[in-house]
Design a binder for this molecule. Structure first.
Ligand code: S3P
Length: 184
């Protein structure tokens, strides 16, 4: 029987935050460190639909996408030992948040709107249908302000000026997981 202080957390870890805050990259690395399954909700929905997110928005509409997120929240909430990177609005829906928090701890990744714009402007990044248009910066700022209070209900983790590894270490420290070291 492991001693209480050293017993590892084995529920789910849910990452939320605005688009471009690094939920998927951080989540993948964190899952590897913990030996948990990594789940990216956007990727699951894309695989099931056989379409990219922007095509789902275009062909089926945003409400259909949000309904798929809700069904997935219920499904994933029943599992454990998963690191779940959620789509940027998923956890702002109270039913989704309740379902996913059932056996989980929720962290919100934060970055400034400037950094978000910078990260989302990089080549190879997915098209974000909600940021399409002539002024994505203004759109990011408006949506960011609209969502700020919703994101603030979760444990905050700053990503500004931090490497991916530093963000993962910060999360592991909150989870009380000792830093990686040589096998003993
Ligand atoms: C959305 C965020 C996206 C994706 C969809 C809608 C949002 O996910 O779910 O484009 O409303 O914030 P990422 O946060 O992974 O970009």
């Amino acid at each position: 029987m492991p001693h209480r202080e050293t017993r590892a957390f084995d529920g789910n870890i849910i990452l939320t935050g605005f688009m471009g805050t690094g939920k998927s990259s951080v989540g993948r690395l964190l899952a590897a460190r913990l030996g948990f399954t990594f789940v990216d909700t956007d990727a699951v929905i894309e695989n099931r639909c056989g379409q990219a997110i922007h095509e789902i928005f275009r062909d089926r509409g945003e409400p259909a996408f949000r309904a798929m997120e809700a069904a997935l929240a219920e499904e994933l909430g029943a599992g454990d030992r998963q690191v779940i990177a959620t789509g940027g609005r998923m956890m702002l829906d109270s039913a989704n948040a309740a379902a996913l928090s059932r056996h989980g701890r929720v962290f919100c990744l934060w970055a400034t709107p400037e950094e978000i714009l910078d990260r989302l402007s990089g080549t190879g990044t997915a098209v974000r249908p909600l940021l399409e248009g002539s002024d994505p910066e203004a759109r990011i700022r408006a949506l960011f302000e609209e969502r700020r209070a919703g994101y603030a209900q979760f444990i905050p983790v700053t990503t500004s000026g931090k490497t991916l590894f530093a963000v993962v270490e910060a999360l592991l420290a909150i989870l009380n997981v000792p830093p990686a070291g040589p096998e003993r």
